[in-house]
Write a protein that binds this ligand. Structure first.
Ligand code: TYD
Ligand code: MG
Length: 452
C-alpha cells in the first residue's frame, strides 16, 4: 500500500510544516499545529469525465483585450450591486464572511431568489426543507433557484454539469470536502483544495461563485489567510445582532472600490435594502435632550447622518469610567483630553459614556465634532437645538479641521431639513442657494457659545 502522505498545518494561520512543533513560527501561537492527511490527486480537475480544456494563453496588447464579454450580471439588489462595484463579474469568486446568525445565508438566498438567472444554492449546513421554509419567508415565487444539499465537491461539480447554472452559491466553504484530500472538512488543506477547485471551475466556465465563510472569534475568516488572496472579492457582513441594521462592505475587490457600503434592515421577511439610511438612523424627537448630537458622516461615497449620544456624570468610584460603543475608545480619550486642556472643561473626575445609535461603527473622523458637542451638551445639561448637525475633525490643539467632500454632507443635511451645519472654517465651500446655514468655526471655544 502506498504510504499515506501527511503534512502539518497551523490551524490559526495556515503555515505548513514538515514536522510537528509546539509553536508556529509565523503567527507565534502555541499548540495550533495539527497533522492533516493529504493525498496528491492523480487528476485534480473539476471535470472528472472529460479531458481538461487547456487553452494556452498568449500575451495580448492591452488595447486589443476584449472586455465586452465582461458585462456584469445585475443581481437586482441595488445594495449588493453597489458593494460589488456594479454587479457580479462573470467568473469571479466572491467570499462573504460574517458572524454566525448575522444573516449571511439569508442575504445570499435572497439574492439567488431575486436573480433573473438560473442559480444553484449549494448548502452543507441546512436541509432542502429548511431552506424552502426560509425562502417562503423571503420570496416564495422564484423559478430560477435550485437548492442542492451536498458537501463533496466532486458531486457538486457533477450536478453543476447537468444543471448548467449561471451563478453558484456555496454555504459554506468550511463544510465542503474534496476526495483528493483526506483530512476532515473545515481543515486548512480541505479549504484550500476546495477553493482551488472552485476557482478553476469559475475561471474556465466564466460562472461566478459566491462562497460563505465562517469567521473566527477575532473576526477573521476561518481557514488559511491565503483563502482571502485566492478569491477576487472579500465581503464582510456586519452589524449588531441585537439591532436591525446590517452593513455589507468589501474588504478586497479586484473589480471595484472597497469604499462602498450596502445597508440592510433585517425584517421578518428577510433583509430589506435601505436606500436612504439617514432618515432611519436619526430619530426626530419632539423634545430636546441633552447629550445628543447629529454628525454628517460619509460611508464610502454615501452621506450618512448619525446620532451620537453622550452621558457625562460624576464618577461614583475612584477611577472614572470611559466607554464608547461604535466609536474608537482611544479617540474618545483623546477628545476628552483636548476638552480638558484646550477648552478648560474639568472632565477628569467624570464618567463618560458614548454611544453611536443604530448599532453601527463609524471611523470617519468627521464625527469628532458631533462627539465633542454631545459631551459638552451632556456635561452642561443643556440640549443642543435638534436641527443642528456637525461635520468636522477635532485636532490635538483643539482646532476644528476640515473634512473631505464637505459639500456632499451639507447637501444631505439640507435635504433632511437641518437648519444649521457646523463645519471647519478651513473647508473650501462654494455652494450657493442652499437653505441650510453653514456655520464656520475654527476652535472648540467657538462651539461653546451655541450650547443653549
Ligand atoms: P442566517 O442567515 O441564518 O445567519 P448566518 O447564515 O449568517 O449564520 O440568519 C439568521 C438570523 O436572521 C436569525 O436569527 C433569524 C433572522 N431572520 C430574520 O429576522 N428574518 C428572516 O426573514 C430570516 C430568514 C431570518
Ligand atoms: Mg448560515
Amino acid at each position: 500500500m502506498a504510504k499515506v502522505k501527511t503534512t502539518f498545518f497551523c490551524q490559526n494561520c495556515g503555515a505548513q510544516y514538515a514536522k510537528w512543533q509546539g509553536q508556529c513560527n509565523s503567527c507565534k501561537q502555541w499548540n495550533t499545529i495539527a497533522e492533516e492527511v493529504i493525498q496528491k490527486p492523480e487528476k485534480a480537475d473539476w471535470k472528472t469525465n472529460s479531458s481538461p480544456t487547456k487553452r494556452a494563453s498568449k500575451p495580448l496588447r492591452i488595447k486589443d483585450i476584449d472586455v465586452s464579454e465582461e458585462a456584469r450580471l445585475n443581481s437586482l439588489d441595488s445594495e449588493f450591486n453597489r458593494v460589488l462595484g456594479g454587479g457580479i463579474v462573470p467568473g469571479s469568486l466572491i467570499l462573504l464572511g460574517g458572524e454566525p446568525g448575522i444573516g449571511k445565508s439569508t442575504l445570499l438566498l435572497q439574492v439567488s431568489l431575486k436573480l433573473p438567472f438560473k442559480t444553484l444554492y449549494v448548502s452543507g449546513e441546512e436541509s432542502q426543507k429548511q431552506i424552502k421554509m426560509r425562502a417562503e419567508r423571503i420570496n416564495p415565487e422564484s423559478n430560477n433557484c435550485f437548492i442542492l444539499t451536498e458537501t463533496k465537491t466532486q458531486n457538486i461539480f457533477k450536478q453543476i454539469e447537468a444543471l448548467e447554472p449561471d451563478v453558484i452559491i456555496v454555504d459554506s466553504i468550511q463544510t465542503l470536502h474534496s476526495d483528493y484530500i483526506e483530512s476532515s472538512a473545515g481543515s486548512i488543506s480541505q479549504i484550500k483544495e476546495c477553493t482551488a477547485e472552485l476557482i478553476k471551475f469559475a475561471k474556465e466556465t466564466a460562472t461566478p461563485v459566491i462562497l460563505i465563510g465562517h469567521i473566527t472569534k477575532d473576526g477573521h475568516i476561518a481557514g488559511p489567510k491565503i483563502l482571502e488572496h485566492m478569491v477576487d472579492t472579500v465581503l464582510q457582513f456586519e452589524g449588531d445582532r441585537n439591532h436591525v441594521f446590517r452593513i455589507l462592505r468589501a474588504h478586497k475587490n479586484r473589480f471595484g472600490s472597497t469604499n462602498e457600503l450596502g445597508i440592510y434592515e433585517m425584517q421578518g421577511s428577510g433583509l430589506r435594502e435601505v436606500s436612504n439610511p439617514s432618515e432611519i438612523l436619526i430619530s426626530k424627537k419632539e423634545e430636546e435632550l441633552s447629550g445628543n448630537a447629529i454628525a454628517a458622516t460619509l460611508e464610502g461615497m454615501r452621506p450618512l447622518m448619525i446620532e451620537v449620544q453622550a452621558l457625562v456624570s460624576t464618577a461614583v468610584y475612584g477611577t472614572p469610567q470611559r466607554s464608547a460603543t461604535g466609536f474608537n475608545a482611544k479617540r474618545l480619550n483623546m477628545l476628552l483630553a483636548v476638552l480638558e486642556k484646550r477648552a478648560g472643561f474639568r472632565l477628569g473626575a467624570k464618567d463618560v459614556f458614548l454611544n453611536i445609535t443604530g448599532g453601527i461603527t463609524v471611523d470617519d473622523p468627521a464625527i469628532d465634532l458631533a462627539v465633542v458637542a454631545a459631551i459638552l451638551s451632556s456635561n452642561e445639561d443643556e440640549p443642543l437645538q435638534n436641527d443642528f448637525c456637525f461635520a468636522a475633525e477635532v485636532g490635538l490643539s483643539g482646532e476644528i479641521r476640515p473634512v473631505q467632500r464637505v459639500e456632499q454632507r451639507i447637501l444631505e443635511a439640507a435635504k433632511l431639513g437641518f437648519s444649521t451645519i457646523f463645519v471647519s472654517k478651513y473647508n473650501k465651500i462654494s455652494l450657493k442657494g442652499t437653505t441650510i446655514k453653514v456655520q464656520l468655526i475654527s476652535k472648540i471655544e467657538d462651539l461653546v457659545g451655541f450650547l443653549t
